[in-house]
Design a protein around this ligand. Structure first.
Ligand code: ARG
Length: 469
C-alpha cells in the first residue's frame, strides 16, 4: 500500500512507478533527509505537537534507519518512489504506526527543498576547500618561477615576455573570484524551507526558527510558496560550477599546448599522464583534456536546470525532481577535476630554458624599443612605425633585435645608444613592467603576498561556516 494510497482504487501501473521514482538517485540524500527529520521531530516534541515518548521513539527509529541504509541492509524500493517515502516506510517497519506521526505539519515539498540545501551546503564547504588547494598549487609554482621568463601571448601570438609566476598568479586571482562567488551563494543556500508544508504553511503550531537553528541555518525562507518552489540556489551553484569548470578548462588548454613538442614549455608528471595503446612513444595529457571536455556536461546541467524551471508555475511541480541528477553529477565532476588538479600542477616540470629560448627567438621586446624612442622624445605613433621597420628588416635578414649592431640601430634612429642592448634583454623587459599588477618580479611578489592573505581568509571562512553544519 502506497503512503498516499487512500483515495486510489487501483494500484499504480508499474511503468509509472518506474518512470516517476527518484529513489535510484535521491538515495544520496538519505543522510540529510534523516538529519532534517530528526530536527523536525524534536520541534514537534518541543512545541507539544506530538507526545514526548512518541517523538523519542521516532528519533531512535530514524537513527536505526540511517544505520541500516548506510550499511546497505535496508531495502530501498521504487514502489515507494523517493527517499522521503522510503525512509518513512522503513521507520514504520522499525517503530510501528507511531512512525506515521513524523510527517505531521510537513510535506515532501518542503522536505525535499530542505534536503537539497543540506546536501549542497556541505558540498560547498568541500568544493571551496578544493578550489583553494588548486590556488595553492598555482601559488607554489608561482613562487618557484619568479625568474622564469616566458612569452606572454595575445591572439596566441608572442606579445611581450612575462614571468611564468605571473601567468600562474593570473589563475590564482581568477579562482579567487570563484571562491568569492561560492561563499556569497552560501547566504542564499543556508536558509530553511521547512515549515512551508506543501505550499501554504501548516495548521500546526510549529516553530520554524527552532528547526532552522537546530540545523545550523542562518534563517528561514520568508514565503512558503517561494520556499517550496525555489531552486535558484541550484541554478546558482550550477552557474558557479560552470564558471569554475570554464576556468579549469582554459588552464587545461594551456597545459595541453605547453606539453606539446611545438611548445615544450612543461612536462606533466608521469603519474598524471597516460599512454597510447598503439604508439609506444606517446605521453598524453589526458587528465587536462578530460577536465576540459567535462566542462560541457557541467554547462549542460546549468542549461538543463534553467530550462526545466523556465515555464513552472508556483509552487511545487514534479518537474523539479529533475534538479537532482544534474546537481549530483556536477558536484562529482567538479570535485573529481579539482582534486586531480592540485597535484597535477604541483608536480609539473617547468622547462625554463625552452621558455627563455622562445622569448629570445622573438620580437616580444619590440614594444620596449618603441618605448625607448619615446623616452628620447619621439611621439609613440612615430616610434611604433620606426620599430615596425626595424622588425621588418630583421625578418628579412633572419635576425632578432638583439642581433643588430649599434650602427644598424642608428640607421633607424640616431638617438639609439649602446644602453639599448641592456634595455632589450628579456629580464629587463619583464622588470620594466614595474606597475601594480604588472609582471616585474617585485610586482609578482606583491601578488604572491596578497594571495597568502586571501588563502587565510578563505580558510577562516571555511572554519567558521563548516563547524555549524
Ligand atoms: N521526489 C520528489 C522530488 O524530488 C519529492 C517531492 C515530491 N512531492 C510531490 N508532491 N510529489 O521533487
Amino acid at each position: 500500500m502506497k503512503l498516499w494510497g487512500g483515495r486510489f482504487t487501483k494500484p499504480t501501473n508499474q511503468l509509472v512507478d518506474e518512470y516517476t521514482a527518484s529513489i535510484n538517485f535521491d538515495k544520496k540524500l538519505a543522510k540529510y533527509d534523516i538529519q532534517g527529520s530528526l530536527a523536525h521531530v524534536e520541534m514537534l516534541k518541543f512545541c507539544g505537537i506530538i507526545p514526548v515518548a512518541d517523538a523519542d521513539q521516532i528519533a531512535e527509529g530514524l537513527h536505526t534507519v540511517l544505520l541500516k541504509i548506510e550499511s546497505g541492509e535496508a531495502e530501498l524500493s521504487e514502489e515507494h518512489e523517493d527517499i522521503h517515502m522510503n525512509v518513512e516506510k522503513l521507520l514504520m517497519e522499525e517503530v510501528g504506526a507511531v512512525g506515521g506521526k513524523l510527517h505531521t505539519g510537513r510535506s515532501r515539498n518542503d522536505q525535499v527543498a530542505l534536503d537539497m540545501r543540506l546536501y549542497l551546503r556541505e558540498q560547498l564547504i568541500e568544493i571551496i576547500q578544493l578550489v583553494v588547494s588548486v590556488q595553492q598549487s598555482l601559488h607554489t609554482q608561482a613562487k618557484l618561477n619568479l625568474d622564469t621568463v616566458m612569452p606572454g601571448y595575445t591572439h596566441l601570438q608572442r606579445a611581450q615576455p612575462v614571468l611564468f609566476g605571473h601567468h600562474m598568479m593570473a589563475y590564482v586571482f581568477m579562482f579567487q573570484r570563484d571562491v568569492e562567488r561560492l561563499t556569497d551563494s552560501w547566504k542564499r543556500v543556508n536558509k530553511s524551507p521547512l515549515g512551508a508544508g506543501a505550499l501554504a504553511g501548516t495548521t500546526f503550531p510549529i516553530d520554524r526558527q527552532f528547526v532552522a537553528e537546530k540545523l545550523g541555518f542562518d534563517g528561514i525562507c520568508e514565503n512558503s510558496l517561494d520556499a517550496v518552489s525555489d531552486r535558484d540556489f541550484v541554478v546558482e551553484f550550477l552557474s558557479n560550477a560552470s564558471l569554475i569548470s570554464t576556468h579549469l578548462s582554459r588552464l587545461c588548454e594551456e597545459l595541453v599546448q605547453w606539453s606539446s613538442a611545438e611548445f615544450s614549455f612543461i612536462e606533466l608528471d608521469d603519474a598524471f599522464s597516460t599512454g597510447s595503446s598503439m604508439m609506444p612513444q606517446k605521453k598524453n595529457p589526458d587528465v587536462a583534456e578530460l577536465v576540459r571536455g567535462k566542462t560541457g556536461r557541467v554547462v549542460g546541467h546549468l542549461v538543463g536546470m534553467l530550462t526545466t524551471l523556465k515555464g513552472l508555475p508556483l509552487a511545487y511541480n514534479k518537474d523539479m525532481q529533475e534538479d537532482k541528477e544534474g546537481m549530483f553529477d556536477t558536484v562529482d565532476t567538479l570535485k573529481g577535476a579539482l582534486g586531480l588538479f592540485a597535484p597535477m600542477i604541483e608536480t609539473m616540470q617547468v622547462k625554463k630554458e625552452n621558455m627563455y629560448e622562445a622569448v629570445r627567438k622573438d620580437f616580444s621586446n619590440a614594444t620596449d624599443l618603441a618605448d625607448y624612442l619615446v623616452e628620447k622624445g619621439m611621439p609613440f605613433r612615430e616610434s611604433h612605425a620606426v620599430v615596425g621597420q626595424v622588425v621588418l628588416q630583421c625578418i628579412n635578414d633572419n635576425k632578432y633585435l638583439l642581433d643588430l649592431t649599434l650602427e644598424e640601430f642608428k640607421s633607424f634612429s640616431e638617438t639609439i645608444e649602446a644602453d639599448i642592448f641592456e634595455k632589450l634583454k628579456p629580464e629587463t623587459v619583464v622588470n620594466a613592467r614595474d606597475v601594480a599588477g604588472g609582471t616585474a618580479k617585485n610586482r609578482v611578489e606583491e601578488q604572491i603576498e596578497k594571495a597568502v592573505e586571501l588563502f587565510q581568509s578563505s580558510s577562516e571562512w571555511v572554519r567558521k561556516h563548516g563547524e555549524n553544519i
